[in-house]
Design a protein around this ligand. Structure first.
Ligand code: IPM
Ligand code: MN
Length: 368
């Protein structure tokens, strides 16, 4: 069966080798991209918590994002991209102009910075875990614990398409969806391996195979073929529109979800909303083949309206930093942060840095 596949297993790549574990003893080179709005605030709290684990990191800050673009006209130069390739990991806060700002045309930062990093660094898995935060335990909020694996380099995000007769009444605009067997398979394979490692061992493919009969067919066939290699993993299929209903009405059904780039973008905002709010949603843009650094960022945006107020919730950035430590092989440090986050609920009215300090203190106590 495996002869059918182009992708080698990523199992060995997702678990650091002994050599990589030896490296874990020295310090890691981390690029920090605070970005815009509340980005720098939440990254600062995340790095406090990383420091509290005792894992040694050398950080280099990069000034990238909307304000940098407005000041200099530069989004991401080739030289900076090349520098970033040399780091062990990248932690990003948020980038984007204030809503209504006309200084940054739509797509400038999305395509020029975030997607450029995802594509150039081949961050082909966007892993987004969702778990109900502790303060919701007694409320009517459903207890959920699932992970969305979003294919991160293809689909409608690939940028295929263009204009014909632009600006005329006869204008044509196309925006294609690029789905390669290679790209689809590596995302699906990662999702199966993740599902296999979890207690529930369940994987749901989300797509729209009833309408997207070309790309959906490729996704379904590839899913079915890979599933043969994971007999212990139970599988399901949901159309994306139905998945939106299920996610609101009975999200406990989900363990791991795998889906394409655009469906994954939309579904993970919904998942954030039903699992405590987007202030808790972390993400890991992974290059599981480890041909370069992976990038970790909260799902939320720059939230310019609350800059400097102390209202920004640093939890998503802190969890993203824990995902970074986990991917670097610092399992104990990552687990120390995860277990604090699983039981920590901030006092009402706590500010961004009070939350960061409280989590850092608990992590430090657990790590010593
Ligand atoms: C996300 C964001 C990005 C995306 C944008 C900012 C390019 O919404 O990370 O979910 O669409 O992937
Ligand atoms: Mn999004």
């Amino acid at each position: 069966m495996s002869g059918l596949f182009y992708c080698p297993s990523v199992a060995s790549a997702t678990t650091p080798t002994d050599e990589e574990k030896d490296e874990a003893l020295s310090s890691y080179n981390i690029a920090l991209i605070g970005g815009d709005g509340i980005g720098p605030e939440v990254v600062a709290e995340a790095m406090k918590v990383v420091a509290a684990t005792g894992v040694e990191v050398d950080t280099t800050s990069y000034d990238l994002g909307a304000s940098r673009y407005v000041r200099t006209g530069e989004v991401l130069s080739d030289a900076v991209l090349e520098e970033l390739r040399g780091f062990d990991a990248i932690l990003l806060g948020a980038v984007g102009p204030a809503i209504g700002s006309k200084e940054v045309p739509p797509g400038t930062l999305e395509r020029g910075l975030l997607l450029k990093l995802r594509f150039e660094l081949d961050l082909y898995v966007n892993m987004r875990p969702f778990a109900t935060p502790p303060q919701s335990a007694d409320s009517s909020v459903a207890k959920v614990d699932f992970v969305v694996i979003r294919e991160n380099t293809e689909g409608t995000y690939a940028g295929e398409g263009g204009f014909l007769r632009k600006g005329t009444l006869a204008e044509v605009a196309t925006q294609g969806s690029v789905n390669t067997r290679f790209g689809v398979e590596r995302a699906i394979r990662f999702a199966f391996e993740l599902a296999q490692s979890r207690a529930a061992k369940h994987l749901t493919l989300v797509h729209k195979t009833n309408v997207l009969t070309f790309s959906g067919d490729l996704w379904q066939r590839t899913f079915d073929l890979v599933s043969v290699e994971f007999p212990e993993v139970g599988v399901a299929y949901n159309h994306v529109d139905a998945a939106c209903i299920y996610m609101v009405e009975s999200p406990q059904r989900y363990d791991v979800i795998v889906t394409d780039n655009l469906f994954g973008d939309i579904l993970t905002d919904l998942a954030g909303a039903i699992s405590g709010g987007i202030g808790y949603a972390a993400s890991a843009n992974l290059n599981p083949a480890r041909t370069g650094p992976s990038l970790f960022e909260p799902v939320h945006g720059a939230a310019h309206d609350i800059v400097g107020t102390g209202l920004a919730n640093p939890t998503a950035a802190i969890r993203s930093a824990a995902l970074m430590l986990e991917f670097l092989g610092e399992t104990a440090a990552a687990n120390a942060i995860f277990s604090v986050l699983d039981s920590f609920s901030p006092d009402a009215g706590s500010t961004t840095s009070q939350i960061g300090n409280a989590i850092a203190e608990r992590v430090s106590n657990a790590s010593n």
